[in-house]
Design a protein. Structure first.
Lengths: 558, 91
């Protein structure tokens, strides 16, 4: 019996022993894989002193050369929007790594970042934009920087070229606790412009990463399939033939009003939102067309500054079908979002009880009732209201009655339209009893889930604590998941480098000391992970069996 | 229809009961802990090429579940032993 216990103990120690051995191997491999850890400054970008104002940005190419205007775009690749933004465009044959450098204003001095964004055909793959402690940045060699605070108005105003089919560009906002309470995620709106930013104040660090997804618990602003080149004067650097559409309204009296020409990639499956131009005073719209002409050039076209589209009315038509949806999103403190998708999930979101139970799909442009959202829920959640691609203020978040034939609705209507199996087939009367039973006792799909989630579990005192604890535990369920910063490159270390040969240009040297993307580290990792996992599972089986055996009075260990 | 009505009554009653309970804002430090945990997990995931994090998560979660089951079984055995001459022993 003593021998059995000893064997079990040995099995339990196996993972720890293996971790120790493999850690040593990994350190050696990682060091060998990164001989460039020597403090060699990367190509340094050139500052544009005049751009050191809030919201300005400087973009450098891989060689560290800063270009302003359309020149870089014409050359294919990264370009600079001269005032207040940056853009990442594409030229034919571009592949490789481009560097993006953002500079934004500070209370005194400025902070900057310099990180590589691998650019490949198909869209932005990944990248990192950093805002670190201001003490690590300086404008000149003698400038101590603004020590102690990171107080930057991160107003990233730019466009992201989406060359692929439906790539998602995400700004993941990693913050320390002292920063996370200052506001919600940075969101990007139509065309990839920043629709929402916030003043960031804190004492530690903030990291913004550009990637395709954010890990759990990290605020994000997703831009599914947005476009550039949909605003006046803005045509993306593009190696794909463009399509130009001019929204045109027909008005009474034979008046025709043409809107702003919209240019977008021909391969974009879904056209960008189009707004019907307003008719002159005294006339009304009788029709809305979107004549499209194929054209454009396969050659890169210049980028030009543009401004975010404004909302022409409370509920602008988003495309010829006019089927914009009003979407309410609840943002939990941890960054998780819950979308009110038309069932009962919005219950408790509004201060008006009669509006709370159901929210369906809103449509058309005639809002009458104001949905008063709870500004901040007891659990600290906030709300976001969007009408199609536009973000609305809470005070503008209105409900719109659904018009027949133009909108959809869910809920009890599902029972009547047959969505719940209530198909009363006149030709088969013998099925009526069965149909009646189904209609009576089988609820519509999602009823139980919707009802369960409609209960505001986190509102009461015990619920507040329970939800807070679950919020603490929830991140651990994502342990081991891959994603930005958790790929084979592993965690990053940004080392600020100051080149004494210059007049103070600084840059971040990004290191991946735990890189396992290439051999021999890749081979070792490929062997080590299954081996150590098996050892841990084996130890878990022994321990679990021992625990279970003890419940039936087994005195000896398994 | 009937099932949904009953279910809505139950959930409505639960909501009513919860509404009777007092509420308060959770302390800020509790949210901070969650943020720290998220940061820690995000940092740890950067080592997933070298540390078997998935296996650790699965095994630890399973053992926690087993531990809960064990505690429940023992509690039941203790309760039963009180009526069967065991004196509350679950040994």
């Amino acid at each position: 019996m003593h021998t059995k216990r000893t064997l079990a103990a040995r099995a339990g120690f196996l993972p720890a022993l293996a971790v120790l051995v493999m850690t040593s191997l990994f350190v050696v491999a990682g060091t060998n894989a990164r001989p460039a850890l020597a403090l060699v400054a990367p190509p340094l970008p050139v500052y544009l002193p005049g751009s050191l104002v809030t919201g300005s940005a400087v973009v450098a190419d891989a060689a560290g050369t800063v270009a302003v205007g359309s020149a870089a775009a014409a050359a294919g690749g990264v370009a600079v929007v001269a005032a207040g933004g940056f853009a990442i465009g594409y030229g034919s044959g571009l592949a490789g790594t481009a560097a993006v450098k953002l500079v934004w204003g500070w209370a005194s001095g400025h902070s900057s970042s310099y990180a590589a964004i691998p650019v490949q055909q198909g869209g932005i793959q990944a990248g990192s934009l950093y805002c670190m402690e201001s003490s690590t940045f300086r404008t000149t060699a003698s400038d101590p920087g603004t020590v102690g605070t990171c107080n930057a108005n991160v107003n990233l105003s730019g466009t992201f070229k989406n060359v692929g089919t439906s790539a998602t560009v995400v700004l993941c906002r990693y913050t320390s606790s002292s920063l996370s309470s200052t506001g919600g995620p940075i969101t990007l709106g139509t065309n990839g412009q920043v629709a929402q930013s916030q003043l960031v104040s804190g004492v530690v660090a903030e990291t913004i990463r550009v990637g395709s997804a954010c890990p759990a618990g990290v605020g994000d602003g997703r831009v599914p399939g947005r476009y550039i080149g949909t605003a006046p004067g803005s045509v993306a650097a593009n190696n794909d033939p463009t399509v130009t559409t001019i929204p045109t309204s027909s008005c009474t009296g034979g008046v025709t009003v043409s809107g702003v020409a919209i240019t977008y990639k021909g391969s974009d499956v879904t056209p960008p939102p189009m707004v019907a131009p307003a008719c002159p005073a005294g006339t009304s719209r009788t029709g809305f067309t979107t004549p499209t002409t194929a054209g454009g050039s396969t050659a890169p076209a210049p980028l030009a500054p543009w401004t975010a589209p404004t909302i022409p009315s409370a509920f602008p038509e988003c495309n010829p079908a006019g089927n914009c949806q009003l979407v309410l999103t609840k943002v939990a403190p941890g960054g998780s979002t819950f979308t009110c998708n038309g069932t009962d999930e919005c219950q408790g979101w509004s201060t008006l009880p009669e509006l709370a139970p159901k929210r369906t799909v809103w449509d058309v442009t005639t809002g009458t009732q104001v949905l008063v959202l709870v500004p901040t829920a007891p659990d600290g959640s906030t709300y976001r209201c969007q009408w199609g691609p536009y973000e609305l203020k809470a005070s503008e978040c209105k409900t719109v009655p659904t018009e027949p034939g133009t909108g959809t609705s869910t809920g009890d209507e599902a029972d009547a339209d047959g969505a719940n199996g209530c198909h009363w087939k006149l030709s088969k009367p013998w099925t009526w009893p069965y149909t009646a039973l189904v209609c009576a006792f089988v609820p519509p799909p999602g009823t139980f889930e919707a009802g369960w989630t409609s209960i505001n579990w986190c509102a009461s005192a015990p619920g507040v604590l329970t939800c807070a604890v679950s919020e603490l535990v929830a991140p651990f369920t994502h342990l081991g998941e891959s994603g930005p910063g958790a790929d084979c490159h592993g965690a990053e270390i940004g080392v600020p480098v100051l080149d004494p040969r210059t007049t103070g240009s600084d840059a971040d040297l990004t290191l991946h000391p735990w890189d396992a993307c290439s051999n021999a580290a890749q081979a070792i990792s490929g062997f080590w992970i299954p081996f150590s996992s098996a050892a841990i599972y084996l130890g878990g089986v022994f321990l679990g069996a021992r625990m279970l055996a003890s419940t039936i009075g087994a005195k000896e260990a398994v | 229809m009937v099932t949904k009505l009953v279910y809505n009554l139950v959930t409505g009653f639960l909501s009513f009961l919860l509404g009777l309970l007092p509420t308060f804002a959770p302390p800020t430090w509790l949210h901070d802990l969650g943020s720290y945990a998220a940061d820690g997990v995000a940092f740890a995931n950067g080592f997933h090429a070298w540390v078997p994090l998935t296996a650790m998560r699965n095994v630890f979660g399973t053992l926690l579940t087993i531990g809960g089951v064990v505690l429940a079984v023992r509690a039941v055995r203790i309760g039963i032993s009180l009526f069967t001459g065991g004196g509350g022993s679950a040994a």
